[in-house]
Design a protein around this ligand. Structure first.
Ligand SMILES: [Zn+2]
Length: 416
């Protein structure tokens, strides 16, 4: 980059603080405990419940461009702090004007804190009060990340919403360890909030209106989860996430945790269930008051030819689709179904053509985004329970040979 451009970026004026007045979360309608809301951000309004499309390294795997996202109903993009810190480096993204400019995206972007990846991907980590010492999963070099580092990286990225740095203890961890870990996560959250306030007040911050979501932890222990929820609810954050789920516990345990903990998180703030999940998981969580979601399933499954439809999953590589000239789903308005047949898409995947992956990922993301649109409509009309039942019943139809293979893959991918 030229010195002139760098100078320009560094001298960009901080936007006026009046934006704070328009940031608000407004519940439009409640249907039981399901929430239909609007969330104003500096990068636009989010209609909830919402599914955030996962662009780990500032791109959705499968050759999906920022332009494509506009055609499949994407409202929010989620990017990964840990991965972008390692490559290309958050300093590079900052010098390029922040993540929005870097990937030419004008939608709200949420960045996770990097905590989950440090704990799940990095080698030989040591957790201390100050943060985590670990080795890069790319080249093994030594790194350190604590609450302040995570906030600085996310500030460099300039995302709309930053996530607090936390430890995600294993679903199988002992009560005593989880309690100790959650207490430390609370102290880390206080440090995150302080550091974010400082970063947002600096003159050359990419997004001085960056928001902070706190994360509830506590594995599957109700007492720890509830006590932690009460403590973070008092900290007046911009939103609240339930973390540490979909890491090996059963679906029933996940739903139980939500029933226990969501009532203790502030109603008048967004409620985000991290890393979850299948369409059924999302429907169950919406019913329990959650309104933000993200998951790699639609893109990851799409890349393997596992496709979501209103009648259940299909594996498009199955021989039965070889001569099938119908779309993945009749009536689907995604770029794949509007034009191409199952037989053609199956051929593309078999021939390892990038277009095959792209079409499958676009269909799956459209399916998720469109389902959220249906959920919002159902809540507005006060018939979410009926909608949920008919959607779940419908998705049973293909629960047959096509899905046995899918079920195994689903199990193995839960930790992704
Ligand atoms: Zn489609």
């Amino acid at each position: 980059m030229s010195n002139k451009k760098l100078r320009y970026l560094l001298l960009m004026p901080v936007k006026s603080a009046i934006y704070h007045e328009v940031f608000m979360y407004k519940i439009i309608k409640k249907d039981g405990t399901a929430k239909r809301a609007e969330f104003e951000t500096v990068h636009g309004k989010i209609q909830t419940p919402v599914f955030m499309n996962v662009a780990t390294v500032a791109a959705i795997k499968g050759g999906v461009s920022t332009e494509d996202l506009e055609g499949i109903g994407t409202q929010v993009v989620l990017s990964n702090t840990y991965h972008l810190h390692l490559r290309p480096g958050d300093e590079t993204v900052y010098r390029m004007g922040g993540l929005h400019k870097f990937m030419s995206c004008n939608k709200p972007i949420l960045t996770d804190s990097g905590g989950f990846q440090v704990f799940s991907l990095a080698k030989t980590r040591r957790i201390k009060e100050e943060g985590v010492y670990f080795h890069s999963h790319i080249d093994g070099h030594k790194l350190f990340m604590g609450p302040e580092e995570s906030m600085r990286i996310q500030s460099h990225l300039g995302s709309t919403i930053a996530m607090a740095f936390d430890e995600c203890p294993s679903a199988k961890a002992e009560h005593e360890y989880v309690q100790m870990s959650v207490d430390r996560t609370t102290r880390w959250l206080e440090r995150c909030k302080k550091e974010m306030n400082r970063l947002n007040s600096l003159e050359y911050t990419v997004n001085p209106h960056q928001m902070l979501f706190g994360i509830n932890q506590g594995a599957i222990f109700d007492d720890i989860r509830i006590e932690h929820a009460k403590r973070i609810a008092d900290m007046d954050l911009d939103g609240y996430a339930v973390g540490g789920l979909a890491v090996g516990e059963s679906h029933e345990e996940m739903y139980h945790v939500l029933e226990s903990v969501v009532p203790y998180l502030p109603q008048e703030k967004p409620t985000y269930l991290m890393g979850v999940g299948t369409p059924a998981n999302i429907l169950e969580a919406v019913e329990r008051g959650v309104d933000f979601f993200d998951c790699v399933y639609p893109s990851r499954n799409g890349r393997h030819g596992h496709l979501y439809t209103n009648r259940g999953h299909i594996n498009i590589l199955n021989a039965r689709y070889e001569l099938d000239d119908s779309p993945i789903e009749e009536g689907c308005q995604c770029p794949a179904c509007r034009r191409y047949s199952k037989g053609y898409i199956r051929h593309l995947l078999k021939a390892n053509e990038m277009l095959g992956l792209r079409l499958c990922v676009l269909h799956n993301l459209y399916f998720y985004n469109h389902m959220m649109e249906e959920i919002r409509e159902a809540i507005e009309q006060g018939n979410f329970a009926q909608y949920k039942k008919s959607k779940l019943d419908g998705m049973q139809e293909f629960d047959s040979a096509d899905n046995k293979e899918y079920a195994n893959i689903d199990k193995n991918w839960r930790k992704g």
